[in-house]
Write a protein that binds this ligand. Structure first.
Ligand code: TXA
Ligand code: MG
Length: 352
């Protein structure tokens, strides 16, 4: 299949852009697949109410079909059409955070096929905060199922180039809307339990949810790396975000981290390996490795979220065998950053 790549700027949805989005919408209505930007990461979209589209999404990603998809809507009233009941908590959260990087899990009704929910009776729903995405959902009939637009297991794409790398030849169209704003996938909160529970940390933090709802918990299995229990979001059990090389996270005082990484780098380079280091703006100049990249400013962790997946992908582009990364604070959005980084490293952490 030939994959068409279309460039659209979010701030310039002119006649031509709208025409292309109508065409993309037609593709999805007809059962085809289109990758598109959201504010979190790029999504691989198909008609959420068409079981064949969901099957195609799993095939294109090489994703296990017990791992449910998120349904994207462009207006709140469409949620009512696909769930058995809209909980009061969902109304409050939508008011506070939609459109935005928050996915809510509710009980589904018969309109959502089990192919989309991986066999579950619940459905994950989100309204993305990106004009291209919202217009595409509208043109596609209102419900787009979209996982991140990467081959299963690889870091999620935050620029269109990596959608092309993973999905070219497998889907009808890729919409290039530039680098996404947030860079990490949405926060997932389960509203079907007595107390709402975070199943995947993201840009909307535990404290932000508590401010709106009062009591909120977090699935222990995603913060405790020694837990043997199954995470509640099926997707969280799989190996994820993994670069091709081997990644180690180094935790400790800054100067200790820098000297440990430099020493290990030297050893690995002597063994003929290509070594990459993930540092920050303040430390990048202190490392000696084949490739050193900054993921941003430690004092503003949203810059780290924005760059992390891109940097992991770039190390793949540069055929890096071994990588070392600094560690980040585990509070606020840092919780989401560390969740993704730990998965990318297969929980390989050196504590100094
Ligand atoms: O930011 C995002 O959420 C991006 C963009 C494209 O919107 N999408 C995304 O989708 O990250 P995906 O498929 O890569 O991750 C969806 C996660 C998986 O871990 C899946 O197991 C979980 O959501 N999930 C989906 N439906 C669920 C359900 N009914 N119950 C529990 N977990 C669910
Ligand atoms: Mg994903």
């Amino acid at each position: 299949m030939l994959t068409e790549v279309v460039e659209i700027s979010e701030n310039e949805l002119d006649g031509k852009a709208l025409e292309e989005l109508s065409r993309a919408g037609e593709i999805i209505r007809a059962g085809g697949l289109v990758a598109f930007p959201t504010e979190t990461v790029y999504g691989l979209g198909g008609d959420a109410l068409n079981p064949d589209s969901s099957r195609k999404i799993y095939a294109a990603k090489g994703r296990p079909s017990d791992n449910p998809l998120i349904v994207h809507v462009y207006r709140f009233e469409d949620v009512e059409e696909i769930v058995s009941e809209v909980p009061e908590t969902a109304r409050k959260l939508a008011k506070a955070f939609w459109p935005g990087p928050l996915t809510m899990i509710m009980n589904k009704n018969h309109k959502v096929p089990y192919e989309t929910t991986g066999g579950l009776d619940t459905v994950a729903i989100r309204m993305p905060n990106n004009k291209i995405a919202l217009k595409l959902i509208e043109k596609s009939g209102g419900y787009i199922a979209a996982p991140s637009a990467n081959t299963s297991g690889r870091p999620s794409p935050t620029v269109a180039k990596y959608c092309v790398e993973d999905l070219s030849g497998k889907i009808e169209m890729i919409i290039d809307g530039g680098q996404v704003g947030i860079g990490l996938e949405s926060t997932i909160v389960d509203l079907t339990s007595d107390v709402p529970m975070i199943l995947r940390p993201g840009y909307i933090t535990l404290d932000m949810l508590k401010e709106v709802l009062g009591e909120v918990t977090i699935d222990k299995t995603i913060i405790d790396s020694t837990s043997t229990q199954k995470p509640k979001a099926p997707g969280m059990k799989y190996r994820h975000y993994a670069p091709k090389g081997q990644l180690m996270i180094v935790q400790g005082k800054q100067e200790d981290v820098v000297s440990f990484i430099n020493e290990e780098t030297k050893k690995a380079m002597q063994e003929g390996k290509r070594v990459g280091v993930i540092g920050t703006d303040a430390t990048r100049k202190l490392y000696n490795a084949d490739v050193v990249k900054s993921v941003g400013d430690r004092a503003d962790e949203s810059t780290v979220a924005h760059e992390l997946f891109k940097v992991l992908r770039e190390f793949d582009d540069e055929n890096i065998d071994v990588m070392f990364s600094e560690s980040f604070d585990d509070s606020g959005i840092g919780q989401a950053i560390m969740n993704r980084l730990l998965k990318a490293a297969g929980h390989n952490v050196k504590v100094l």
